[in-house]
Design a protein around this ligand. Sequence first.
Ligand code: ADE
Length: 230
Amino acid sequence: MQIDVITLFPEIVSAPMRTSMMGRAQDKKLLDLRVHDLREFGLGRHLQVDDTPCGGGQGMVLRPEPVFAAMEKVHAPDSRVLLMTPQGRRFDQPCARRLGGESHLIILCGHYEGVDHRVIEHWVDEEISIGDYVLTNGAIAAVVVMDAIVRLIPGVLGDENSAIDESFGPSGILEAPQYTKPAEFRGMRVPDILLGGHHGRINAWKHERALERTRQNRPDLLAGPGSPKP
Ligand code: ADE
């Protein structure tokens, strides 16, 4: 998969994407990441990229010319263009799975008070928000979205199962609590059932604890039609 990111803060994108699994995905050629500095497409001697909003209002808006120039450089017939913005549709695991099926993503990172709307009308396929809060810029959100997508590419995670048996996977509920060694730590014991080796009982226990955790932390996941049976 190829991902082109267009941002005023290439370092915010590059540093985390060089690290751990995201770095490994690139080493293994499973991800071809290209980060573009929007400033290089800026106007005039000062490489201006933004301006005051038409009709008044606070802050600055990204001008269309630099974004159009950057998009014209990277856009291809198979590209899907995402704009990171708090005005977007909320990103979730089904969205990560769907976008993981694309061959080429272009992620445009919003900044300041937003992006000239002509950019959205002309180029953007989806506006995406990572949650109901406002970040200083979309580059941080782009890293979150890329991580969620790229870890699903077969071969990126060490254990192929680890992307299946997890919260927001096909079961639709959160994961059960996990324990590791030692069996007793400062008087706190790993539940006996997990040490007994009876897989049927272990799975039943995990399902019950997963439901309990979901009821407590995310009751919304159990509420709607098509949600898992309690
Ligand atoms: N830019 C600023 N806040 C954002 C958010 N919540 N999601 C995506 N991009 C953003």
